[in-house]
Design a protein around this ligand. Structure first.
Ligand code: GDD
Ligand code: MG
Length: 356
């Protein structure tokens, strides 16, 4: 009765120029590990859930990439959404589809673009969560100890109350998606908050009831398709109805509102790999603090330190007297910028989209 739904429809612009609309970060080997992020995600879950129970939802334009990278041939397990509507419609749909298949399904909803360092610990936490979600009506999320007041995350206020029979799960007192900086600072200082890892575990009964309660309109759209899921008529249904969905993430739609949210505090080396700087920090640095991806054979450094170079292996690169810079090339585009001004890349991408 255990299923996994991998969400792979995000665009993400901060890994420009390597990541772009035609190739978002989940389809890239950001860290030079020999596997893309979605391949690593899929391989991890394959160890605890039969492959035929792993579904991937993505935008229709990435269906080919998913097939190619994961080698999935069963068309029913790769779903292309005809419009970009963020994670609530994606999750609502996936849960209705699985409920039609198996009303006792318990599932993991997983992002496709995170780094997880300790796979064994991660899988043990997922199995504990599946077991708890199967035997309760909890909406479970995994919580990470925050290390900085990042405004790109959801914050979970943890309480002392625990889930009946499963004491390692704490009831969530409140959930706040992407607070402003000042609020994030207060949360981090208070010690009572965890970051939402964006990985959810629940049974279909519970999530569908909560959707009905908090997102009635969205839920109604997917009730219309009941008879069509997992049949040849599913695609036409989606094309007609999916675009009607409101554009909203599950965090705002359900997690902030539900009273059934519980958190498992975890520590398995999690990173959502938001920026080149985060990749730099997680990669093997040489003795002068340089990170070279994919490997050093095509790069020569003279008196350079704390640089990150990420270029195709056919490209030969020489750096001389360069410090604290990012040098990233992809296809026809080259980005050179100081490591600390990297947050501004979003603006760069917007300008580049207009100019190039
Ligand atoms: N199929 C599909 N369709 N997938 C989507 C869509 C969509 O429309 N939109 C986003 N995704 C995928 C992304 O590819 C990613 O794997 C995952 O869903 C989460 O979406 P993001 O857009 O990356 O969310 P976020 O990072 O801003 O925020 C979420 O994750 C944070 C942790 O990384 C929230 O859950 C936060 O609360 C959380 O802290
Ligand atoms: Mg994300």
């Amino acid at each position: 009765n255990h299923y996994v739904v991998i969400m792979a429809g995000g665009v993400g612009s901060r890994f420009w120029p390597v990541s772009r609309t035609s190739l978002p970060k989940q389809f890239i080997d950001v860290l030079g590990l020999g596997k893309t992020l979605i391949q690593s995600t899929y391989d991890r879950f394959k160890q605890i859930v039969p492959e035929e129970n792993i579904y991937v939802l993505t935008n229709h334009r990435y269906v080919g990439l998913v097939k190619e990278q994961l080698g999935i041939t069963d068309e029913n397990r790769i779903i292309g959404e005809p419009a970009m509507r963020n994670t609530a419609p994606c999750i609502a749909y996936a849960c209705h589809k699985l409920e039609a298949l198996n009303p006792n399904a318990t599932l993991v909803i997983a992002p496709s673009d995170h780094l997880i360092q300790d796979t064994e610990r991660f899988l043990a936490d997922i199995e504990r969560s599946l077991n708890a979600a199967e035997n309760s009506n909890a909406l479970i999320t995994l919580g990470i100890k925050p290390s900085r007041p990042d405004t790109g995350y959801g914050y979970i206020q943890i309480s002392d109350e625990t889930l009946n029979g499963f004491t390692e799960f704490n009831k969530v007192a409140s959930f706040r998606e992407k607070p402003v900086l000042q609020v994030a600072q207060e949360y981090v200082a208070s010690d009572k908050y965890l970051w939402n890892a964006g990985i959810f575990i629940w049974n279909v009964r519970t999530i569908l009831a909560e959707l009905e309660k908090h997102e009635e309109k969205l839920n109604a759209i997917f009730l219309v398709g009941r008879e069509k899921y997992n049949t040849p008529e599913e695609k036409a249904f989606l094309e007609a109805y999916y675009p009607m969905c409101e554009n909203i993430s599950i965090d705002y739609a359900v997690m902030e509102k539900s009273e059934l949210v519980y958190v498992l505090p975890v520590d398995f080396g999690w990173s959502d790999l938001g920026t080149w700087t985060s990749v730099y920090g997680l990669s093997q640095q040489d003795n002068r603090g340089n990170v070279l991806i994919p490997d050093a054979n095509n790069i020569i450094l003279y008196n350079s330190s704390n640089c990150m170079v990420n270029v195709p292996s056919y490209k030969k690169v020489v750096l001389k007297n360069l410090h604290n810079y990012i040098v990233v090339e992809s296809n026809d585009t080259l980005l050179i910028c100081p490591i600390d001004s990297e947050q501004e890349v979003k603006q760069v991408v917007a300008d580049a989209a207009k100019q190039f």
